[in-house]
Design a binder for this molecule. Structure first.
Ligand SMILES: Cc1cc2nc3c(=O)[nH]c(=O)nc-3n(C[C@H](O)[C@H](O)[C@H](O)COP(=O)(O)OP(=O)(O)OC[C@H]3O[C@@H](n4cnc5c(N)ncnc54)[C@H](O)[C@@H]3O)c2cc1C
Length: 395
């Protein structure tokens, strides 16, 4: 919104309408940050294609029976942060008219738009089992059953190159190793095939070396610099190199930004953003999370983008806030089946050597959340506490 439109909105005592498209990590962090930073000056509407917020980081434990994917009602969350909630899929936006249109043809005007519809998950390795990170993954459970019955001589975990989030593949492999160690089965080789040059290299050199040591301790073989192509007749074709024999291959999906007509997309299907999460040349339009061209698709990054977008909007609305550019930091918790490892690394320069993988979190922590956002983490932990309260009181 330009200054004149802004002042007329404020003089008329009406709120600026901020439309948030999506009901995931980036969307909720943006709603919570706006509630805190812009207060009454922003009227927030969350528009999402499903009615619940799906908390995916626990998905890796589900096929092993160690955890489950959590879900929270978006209507309830919106209520708690004084926002409106609409169950609508947004199909297109007209940035010149500041108007979004839903799949059902409903028109939704806005002053500011925060686009956070996430990424589409696509098959990446034909013939392999894809780990989608959703509940009831029959195929994945079948792989775990065969592992438990000692029917796999070699199980490969892999991931496509390009934009994504590799950590779940390492967790799946470590959880499989723990299963084998606990059951005393010795005939299975676990292998990770990765396009990365070192395991979880995105966290930096030191963390990657420490993860490599951890994998070696569990007997997990790592083949780096290698792209999976297809799994057929008991062999994984890779580039470069010879095919790798395997009784089962589990791959992470390939990601592509979810498309909304009227927005710009790069060649990989992601929305370009600057370091304030603004979509270039579209005043009032921000994008955050997996839909953006930022190469790392992680919830923590989505929340940091959402925070800088909320700061920029709040500043525009005349609130006393600082609007800082994104200085992305990666914090990750790697499940191992026993003691988790806390991974830390700054993605931008200028912070010296920060890369580490340790048994204790190198950042202040109130609860061991796998999804780290300034507003979302404490909010979800309060929500969990409130959800538990009635049953503990009862019994
Ligand atoms: C198995 C797995 C484990 C992971 N573990 C971690 C972890 O430990 N820590 C971490 O930080 N990250 C983790 N991630 C990554 C993290 O889940 C994503 O980076 C994060 O969810 C991205 O947030 P987002 O808001 O961009 O998209 P999402 O969280 O995917 O949310 C997208 C939302 O938009 C809605 N939507 C889609 N299209 C439309 C539309 N047209 N109109 C309206 N609404 C729409 C969807 O219904 C959904 O509510 C993991 C991912 C996976 C798959």
């Amino acid at each position: 919104m330009g200054p004149s439109a802004l002042s007329s909105t404020l003089l008329g005592m009406s709120k600026a309408k901020v439309l948030i498209v999506g009901g995931g990590v980036g969307a909720l962090e943006a709603a919570l940050a706006l509630h805190d930073l812009a207060g009454d000056r922003a009227g927030v509407e969350i528009c999402a294609g499903r009615g619940d917020f799906v908390y995916r980081p626990f998905a890796v434990g589900e096929p092993y029976g160690a955890s489950r994917v959590l879900r929270y009602s978006l209507e309830r969350i919106a209520d708690l942060c004084d926002a409106e909630f609409q169950l609508e899929n947004v199909a297109s936006v007209d940035p010149a008219l500041r108007l979004a249109t839903s799949h059902d043809g409903d028109e939704i005007p806005y002053d500011y738009l925060v686009v956070a519809p996430g990424a589409r998950l696509l098959w990446s390795v034909p013939g392999a089992t894809t780990f989608w990170g959703v509940p009831d993954e029959g195929e994945m459970r079948d792989v775990v059953s065969r592992l438990r019955e000692g029917r796999l001589r070699r199980l490969v975990f892999t991931m496509p190159g390009g934009h994504g989030w590799a950590l779940p593949a390492y967790e799946l492999a470590l959880l499989a190793a723990t299963e084998l160690e606990r059951s005393g089965l010795t005939g299975t080789q676990l292998t990770i095939v990765t396009p990365e040059e070192g395991p979880l290299q995105i966290f930096g050199r030191r963390a990657s070396e420490q993860v490599a040591e951890l994998l070696a301790e569990h007997g997990i073989e790592v083949i780096t610099g290698t792209h999976p192509v297809a799994y057929e007749n008991g062999a994984l074709a890779v580039v470069p190199g010879e095919e790798i024999e395997a009784d089962a291959v589990v791959s992470l999906p390939r990601l592509e930004g979810r498309h909304i007509d009227g927005l710009p997309y790069d060649g990989r299907g992601f929305v370009p953003v600057d370091d304030h999460a603004r979509v270039p040349d579209l005043p009032g339009v921000f994008a955050v999370g997996d839909v953006t061209s930022f190469p790392v698709k992680q919830g923590g990054i989505a929340t940091q983008q959402a925070d800088v977008a909320a700061e920029a909007i709040a500043l525009d609305l005349g609130c006393e806030v600082e609007s800082n550019p994104l200085d992305p930091v990666l914090r990750g918790i790697l499940w191992t089946g026993s003691k988790p490892r806390y991974l830390f690394g700054w993605l931008g320069g200028g912070h010296g050597e920060t890369s580490v993988a340790s048994e204790r979190p190198p950042w202040p922590i109130d609860n061991p959340s796998k999804l780290i956002g300034r507003y979302l983490t404490p909010f979800l932990s309060e929500l969990e506490a409130a959800n538990r309260a009635p049953s503990s009181a009862a019994g």
